[in-house]
Structure formats: structure tokens, C-alpha cells
Design a binder for this molecule. Structure first.
Ligand code: MG
Length: 467
């Protein structure tokens, strides 16, 4: 017999493999994943190539969709900016934080309120488990120092702290006239670094590129991880601006040029992650805060086949494009189950091994089983608020509207008893009311809505406070 015997080598090899690559066990923790959350402003459900737009070319987002997941029933938690952002960052319906209102529907430059300190943002939750955090772009959760990103868990901030159509200068063309041929000097919006104004008016023609540059610089500086980059573009919210390089690039006019510049920025960010070999350690999410602003004609986007747009609780106001990308981890495909921006909060916290706050109601659900391809979405129900009032409830494929009202600046609220009922599978455009055919579904959704409203404790209203 040879010495040492073959069995010796075999057992030694097993021992070495076991020591170096333990099968399981808490002793060797996997590195925490990085998160990049890219939030567009007023981008509609129908505005990307991968969602069927015929003339806007979005090859980078299309590739992201093909390599990852493209969701078709993904909702923001409000049809306008401020409450939608509050929900994304806290995983809570905006009524709970007081970040919604029936008259002043968003924060303005004369607002004195903001996201209350008692709210726990995704940045604060991730910081507790060692994440570097950066907020780049539109904030819109309060521009006073105590409400800025640097007071809400972010290590740094670079961006315009509210909408790009605010601080209108007095001698700009009146009404919507200024938007048809926008000039950056018509809107005296500040550009901030951390808590300082560094440029005013912000040069909006280069803002999309500069936000992308900042995101890339943060990713490069934080490559050892883990990190969380929240990139909230101010565009394609009106007034529309694009860099010289992108003007005239699309067949969809200025709106298309703006979307194509955002798309190119996403491409640069994903390439940076590949170059740094971080693509297999980073979840990238792309979605939008609310539907398209339809009253701006060709300067507003498209909700595709969905009804209505920004400001309304019809599907076009709150159903968003949503892409999830994490090569090797996120199972590629089209997801037709329900999800919400609030679920980004709960899902990332779960993937990071951080703690979900247990002293308050969290409306976000962990959809990581869907991302990983191991299970179904836990989300069966979605509540549609306009301001502080519950207008509609989706449960399964059915959506009941108790109140309807079209987008900004249009008609009055109409109450419905019995509610209007639509089957969103059969009728995603909400055209055919089937309430009379399904009284038991109406009754079930009525009960869900009633129980939800009975348990709701609204937060102190923040949007009415003025300086
Ligand atoms: Mg918006």
C-alpha cells in the first residue's frame, strides 16, 4: 500500500474545503449587498422602451429589465411628489407621517414642515448596520436644516431640495408659457451640497448628468461597501432640460431627450458597478414617484394604456415602471404580482440583515422572495390615497374606487356608493365597471377599507405649515 493512502488525500481535501468554504453557519457572514435606488420624477408607466414606448429609446433600462425583473403592477404610495417620497423612504403610507394634505399637496419653498425626525428612513435603518449613505437629487421632504437628507440618515446630499418648477422668477413668461420654451433662469431653484446652497439658480441643463456623476463618484469612493445610494432625478418633471449632447436625440421631442439622458446615466452607473466588480453585490432599483403630468401636453409623459395621470388615484397616477437588477441573484423575468415603493424599504432592510422598526406600523412588505425567485409577493392589497382621503383599494385583481377625481387642475371629486369596481387583469385601463356583477367582491373590499380606516392613526400634518 502506498503511503499516504489515497483516502488520506481525499479526507485532507475535504477538511481543507470545509475550513475554507464552510457550507453554512453564522461565523462567515456574506457581505451585505449595496443598494442603488434610482427614482425618476413624473415618469409615466408608458415612457420606457421596455414598457412599450414606440419612440423613446431606452437601451440601458431595457437591458437592465432583460437582465433583471420588470414589474407590471408596481405602485407608488401617492400620486404626487412629497407624499410619494416620504413613503419610499419610510416604508409607510404618507398619512402616517403627516406628509400629505388635501389642499397643499406637496411642500413648497415657503413650507415650514418636513419629514418628522421620529420617522425612520431607509438611510437611518441601514446606517445602523454599517452602510455609507448618499442622497443625490430631488429631496422634497423639507428644505429646512432639520429636514434635509443630512438630518435624515444620509452622510451627504447634493441636489435641488424640491421641485424644479418652484421659485418661479417674477419676470418669466406667465402661466404655462414658460414651460414650452424653458430657460433655467426662469426658476430660481437652489442646488445644495449638504446644507449649503452652492448654485442658484441651479443650471438645470446639466443637472441630470451631474447627478449621475455624483452617484458614480459615491459608488467609487464606497466600493469597499456596503453602501446605499439614493439617486432621485428632478426630471422628467417640467420644466424639461437636457444637456446639449441629448437635445434632439430622440424622436419624442424634448421629453424623450430628457428620458434618454436619464437612461444613459443609468447605463453609466451599471457599467461602473460592472467595472468595479460590484454588479453581483448590488441591487439596483429603478422606478418613478408618480404618473405623468398630463396637462403639460407634449412636455408631460404617458401612462401607456393606464387611465389618467399624476395627481389622481386612477392607475395612471400611481402604477409605475419598476426594474430590479442584481445579476446572479435577482431571477430575470417579468413580474405581474403586486409591489409598491414602500416594499423597497422593507426588502432592502431584510436583505441587509437590518432591523425593521417594530414600534410603528410599516406598510412595506419584504418582496425579496420574488426577487430571488423563491416565492410569491406578499402584497395582496394596495391603498390609494389622494391627500389624506382613501379614494380606492386594490385587492387581488379587483380595484374599488370609493371616490374618483381626475388629475391636477381638472374636475371635482365624485363619491361612489356602491364603489366603482374594475378587474385590472381583464381591464387594466379601468373602463368597465363590474360592481353590479360582483357584489361579494365589493363587500370584501368595503370591509378591508373599513378595517384599514378604523385602525389608521394619522400623523401631525406637515404640509400646511408655512414659514
Ligand atoms: Mg413627481
Amino acid at each position: 500500500m502506498r503511503w499516504p493512502p489515497t483516502r488520506f488525500w481525499f479526507l485532507s481535501a475535504v477538511a481543507i474545503v470545509t475550513i475554507v468554504f464552510p457550507v453554512a453557519g453564522p461565523a462567515v457572514a456574506a457581505p451585505k449587498p449595496n443598494f442603488v435606488v434610482i427614482f425618476a420624477d413624473d415618469l409615466g408607466y408608458g415612457d420606457l422602451g421596455c414598457y412599450g414606448h414606440p419612440t423613446i429609446a431606452t437601451p440601458h433600462l431595457d437591458r437592465m429589465a432583460a437582465e433583471g425583473q420588470r414589474w407590471t403592477s408596481f405602485y407608488s404610495a401617492a400620486p404626487v411628489c412629497t407624499p410619494s417620497r416620504a413613503a419610499l423612504l419610510t416604508g409607510r403610507l404618507p398619512i402616517r407621517s403627516g406628509m400629505c394634505d388635501d389642499r397643499r399637496r406637496v411642500l413648497f419653498p415657503d413650507s415650514a414642515g418636513g419629514l418628522p425626525q421620529r420617522e425612520i428612513t431607509m438611510a437611518e435603518a441601514l446606517k445602523q448596520v454599517g452602510y455609507a449613505t448618499a442622497c443625490i437629487g430631488k429631496w422634497h421632504l423639507g428644505h429646512l436644516p432639520q429636514y434635509l437628507p443630512t438630518s435624515q440618515g444620509f452622510d451627504s446630499y447634493f441636489g435641488i431640495p424640491y421641485s424644479n418648477d418652484m421659485d418661479r422668477v417674477a419676470d418669466s413668461p406667465g402661466g404655462r408659457e414658460a414651460f414650452w420654451k424653458p430657460k433655467t433662469e426662469y426658476w430660481n431653484v437652489p442646488l445644495m451640497r449638504n446644507q449649503e446652497i452652492v448654485e442658484r439658480p441651479a443650471d438645470q441643463t446639466t443637472i441630470t448628468r451631474r447627478y449621475t456623476d455624483e452617484a458614480i463618484a459615491f459608488i467609487q469612493a464606497s466600493r469597499d461597501g456596503p453602501f446605499y445610494c439614493y439617486l432621485a432625478h428632478n426630471l422628467p418633471h417640467v420644466p424639461l432640460f437636457a444637456s446639449t449632447e441629448f437635445l434632439g436625440a430622440s424622436a419624442r421631442g424634448l421629453y424623450g431627450d430628457v428620458v434618454q439622458e436619464i437612461d444613459a446615466g443609468v447605463g453609466r452607473i451599471l457599467q461602473t458597478l460592472r467595472d468595479l466588480k460590484l454588479d453581483r453585490r448590488t441591487l439596483v432599483v429603478f422606478t418613478s414617484d408618480n404618473g405623468p403630468w398630463l396637462v403639460f401636453n407634449q412636455h408631460g409623459g404617458s401612462a401607456g394604456l393606464l387611465r389618467d395621470g399624476k395627481g389622481s388615484t386612477w392607475e395612471g397616477g400611481m402604477r409605475e415602471p419598476a426594474l430590479f437588477w442584481w445579476p446572479g441573484i435577482v431571477k430575470p423575468g417579468v413580474v405581474r404580482e403586486m409591489g409598491s415603493t414602500m416594499d423597497v424599504f422593507a426588502t432592502c432592510i431584510a436583505l441587509a440583515g437590518a432591523k425593521l422598526p417594530d414600534d410603528r406600523v410599516i406598510d412595506g412588505l419584504d418582496v425579496s422572495p420574488v426577487l430571488l425567485g423563491t416565492g410569491k409577493s406578499p402584497r395582496q392589497t394596495m391603498f390609494f390615497y389622494r391627500g389624506t382621503r382613501l379614494y380606492a383599494v386594490r385587492h387581488g385583481q379587483y380595484k374599488a374606487h370609493f371616490i374618483t377625481r381626475s388629475a391636477y387642475g381638472s374636475d371635482k371629486a365624485q363619491e361612489h356608493d356602491p364603489p366603482l369596481l374594475f378587474h385590472l387583469g381583464h381591464d387594466p385601463s379601468e373602463r368597465f365597471n363590474v360592481a353590479s356583477e360582483h357584489p361579494q367582491v365589493v363587500a370584501e373590499i368595503r370591509t378591508i377599507a373599513g378595517d384599514h380606516q378604523k385602525a389608521m392613526v394619522p400623523g401631525e400634518p406637515q404640509l400646511q405649515k408655512k414659514l
